[in-house]
Design a protein around this ligand. Sequence first.
Ligand SMILES: *[C@@H]1O[C@H](CO)[C@@H](O)[C@H](O)[C@H]1NC(C)=O
Length: 380
Amino acid sequence: MSSSKARFDYDCLETIRRREKLKELRRQLSKKGPPQQSISFSGLLRHILTILVVIIAISYAIFANYPEPPLSPILYQWKSIGDEVERAFSYRGNKIFYIDKTNVDIKAEDSLTMLYLHGFPTSSFDLHQIFGNLTRNFHRIIAPDMIGFGFSDKPRFYSYSVLDQANLIIELLKMLDLKRIHLLSHDYGDTVAQELLARQHEGKLSFEIVSLCMMNGGIFPSIHRPIFSQKLLRTPLIGTIISKFGNYYLFSISFSSVFGPKTQPSRELLTDSWKLIRLQDGYRVWGSLLTYIDERFEHEDRWVGAIRRAMIPFHFIYGRLDPVNPSPQFETHFRKIIHSPGNVVIIDDAGHYPQIELPDTVVGKYLQFLLDNRFISSIR
Ligand SMILES: *[C@@H]1O[C@H](CO)[C@@H](O)[C@H](O)[C@H]1NC(C)=O
């Protein structure tokens, strides 16, 4: 009996002990919960980071070894026009591509020569859609790819600047012995045009700018809004890293973002524009080229002053849906700052690249401007 009781007690004790153990185990489990989770979380983070680094390394390796696409027929055609020029031009030891097209149907005496200055990060190729209509109305068209752009050389260690691009243009026009030009410019080219105009006022130009027509560009630095990727590229270190990863997809996203919603760039245009950037790894010098945004602030008085004091016929063709030069601030500012003979011509549905987005409208407005100022007697 006593032994059975003892056994019972023992069993009971055993049960209690087991329960305690179970409780303890549960307590431990519930206590261990959080620390275990935090360990696995940081482990996960490490894994993600490792995977990310591997992905970046692989995509860079693929990108760095990825063959450039060949020139599309239209790019090939554009390059051929430039290759036909009588005299090759080099600037400070760098080969500069330029278009020089003469229309013999228009007499040279009418001094109808047009100079086109392209924007960032594109090239003279931006002109290709309106080139036919322009060549019919001008005696001669000159359209260089500035240093660092398009088919021109893109030296890696070079101090790119707007002042230097203006020198390049002056050298080119000296070589071609041109005396009077109608200047059509866009974006980055507008800034170069402002510098050329400032030199014209100082009597330091070897040629005369007879008329000036600009298209969407940050001529007023105070209201200019660089897009996110431009800001990133200008950030020290980050910019260097990002510019190494310049690729078609990033480019097409940011390029399309400055076009109007109804006039988005075609796939062909995106491929061709990217191809022109990839030549000589042009995206690598973007960080350096983008210093023009700071230059605009540095030379604000000189450059805004130049267009303010312009005594020549001056028009601005403005695609209103441009996020870089937002409406209505741009028009308001223009009308406030630029007095006669300046005028802003608005194109409602175009964005930052009106000559590509609505080429027929742009060439129509430009030729009308020349007609109104009696530089041409009819539109051909
Ligand atoms: C441009 O040229 C085409 C013919 O190639 C013509 O149909 C069109 O009207 C011209 N545009 C302007 C604005 O002159």
